[in-house]
Ligand binder design. Structure first.
Ligand SMILES: NC(=O)c1ccc[n+]([C@@H]2O[C@H](COP(=O)([O-])OP(=O)(O)OC[C@H]3O[C@@H](n4cnc5c(N)ncnc54)[C@H](O)[C@@H]3O)[C@@H](O)[C@H]2O)c1
Length: 429
């Protein structure tokens, strides 16, 4: 099939590369010239394991193309995937990028096409796109389908190639047949194809993300209780997770959830509720609890440091919102680090995906390796759960005698740390 992907970021690029790997001819479009120039040379501008190889392989096979020319790419394709961002604006999903793309599609509808929203968009967005595209000239020339994406950064390729489910929302049998044919290789590998209404598909994505955010927030609050009652939250999570109705995933306490999806999608869902006069009080309370979590952890840091933050060297190991990605969007480190520098701390950090533009300030220094970042640390904060932070010999990497470790990911055993006489603090234990 001839596919056009509009928006070549985390979702668009992974989807484009994976669809081309299944034998389709895919053109990925982006307005960012620099991104496209790099991609044409096989250089992937984001960090996503395995993506570079996939892009290079399909470029060589001449199944994957990159361009900034949206008009010709739309004209020559049968299926157009909208994969642009839907950031938060005034606590709602900002659909300006989606509607800009829709206008470009409208002026290039030369024959029947399926327009697919893979971007996460609120309920009724498909209706609005249809309304924009409708004209006498465009009658029967298109179908708008919702096909939300569930991939996780860091595991995006595997998630795309072996999905739990492929959700397709459309009332058109013709569009459904074409979409099923497109996904057939993944369905054959065990991915469940779920055909539903367009509005349901739109809501399935938000409801799923809000539910996962709820699970994280729930265990974070239980962790707060564990800390006060001398209980290990890890044991509670294991005990809970053994119940198949609950399941063990997303029951790991840590910092506030962040990333490009949960914070914005929970806010957008509340706003959709408001649109229909429905009070989504559980989701509201999740957002509220998560917003407060960073302050709660900052207070704990103050306590660990006996309220002496000024002139202390604090090292962050990892600053991205999770391992396996370079994505900094809404990472809790972006609130924690500036707050600590305001209190006079000197921040050093090491991050496997490199220096971050978001953390440019005179009291924040990036180091190329763990040792250099930790050398003078009074406090080491394990912020992100990268594998390379899981077996550190803290006494070897720091020169300071009275250093402390605050492990936001519970990577180490409290008894081991006690045995090794390391001043170790963690979450919910
Ligand atoms: N990142 C994830 O893990 C993830 C997972 C599932 C769903 N989603 C959803 O997918 C959507 C995209 O997310 P992302 O993380 O890939 O965003 P992103 O910011 O990485 O990529 C969006 C791309 O769209 C491009 N763009 C904007 N306007 C354009 C236009 N008019 N024409 C062509 N390109 C244009 C931007 O330059 C950018 O490269 C969002 O709605 C998001 O919620 C993201």
């Amino acid at each position: 099939m001839k596919i056009c992907i509009i928006g070549s970021g985390y979702v668009g690029l992974v989807s484009g590369a994976c669809f081309s790997d299944l034998g389709n001819t895919v053109t990925c479009v982006d307005i960012n010239r620099e991104t496209i120039e790099k991609l044409k040379k096989g250089i992937v501008p984001i960090y996503e394991p395995g993506l570079q190889e996939l892009v290079v392989r399909n470029l060589k096979k001449k199944r994957l193309f990159f361009t900034t020319d949206i008009s010709s790419s739309i004209k020559k394709s049968d299926i157009i995937f909208i994969c642009v961002g839907t950031p938060t604006k005034n606590n709602k999903a900002d659909l300006k990028y989606v509607f800009n793309v829709t206008k470009s599609i409208k002026s290039n509808l030369n024959r029947y096409k399926i327009i697919v929203t893979k971007s996460t968009v609120p309920v009724t967005t498909g209706d609005k796109i249809t309304k924009i595209l409708k004209s006498n000239k465009n009658k029967n020339k298109f179908e708008v389908v919702s096909n939300p994406e569930f991939l996780r950064e860091g595991e995006a390729i595997r998630d795309f190639q072996f999905p739990d489910r492929v959700v397709v929302g459309t009332s058109s049998n013709k569009a459904n047949k074409i979409m099923k044919k497109l996904y057939l290789p993944l369905i054959k590998k065990g991915g469940r194809y779920f055909h539903t209404s367009r509005r349901s598909a739109e809501l399935i994505k938000y409801a799923s993300n809000a539910f996962l955010a709820t699970k994280i927030t729930f265990i974070n609050e239980i962790a707060n209780l564990c800390e006060k009652s001398n209980i290990d939250v890890k044991e509670v999570a294991i005990g809970m997770g053994l119940d198949e109705r609950i399941g063990s995933r997303f029951l790991r306490s840590g910092p506030a959830y962040g990333g490009s999806c949960f914070p914005k999608d929970t806010r957008a869902l509340v706003s959709t509720g408001r649109m229909f006069n429905i009070n989504l009080s559980v989701v509201k309370s999740v957002i509220n609890s998560n917003d407060k979590r960073t302050n709660l952890l900052l207070n704990k840091i103050s306590k660990i440091m006996n309220n002496k933050i000024k002139n202390k060297n604090i090292t962050f190991l990892g600053v991205t919102f999770k391992p396996g990605t370079d994505d900094m969007r809404e990472s809790s480190s972006l609130k924690m680090i500036p707050s600590l520098t305001r209190k006079g701390a000197h921040i050093n950090y090491y991050e496997p995906t490199g220096k971050k533009n978001e953390l440019k300030s005179k009291n924040i220094n990036f180091f190329e390796n763990i040792q250099d970042a930790c050398k003078n640390a009074d406090l080491i904060i394990i912020h992100t759960e990268w594998n390379e932070f899981k077996q550190l010999n803290f006494k070897k990497i720091t020169k300071k005698r009275n250093f402390k470790v605050f492990d936001l990911r519970n990577l180490y055993s409290t008894s081991e740390m006690k045995k090794n006489k390391i001043n170790y603090f963690s979450i919910g234990r």
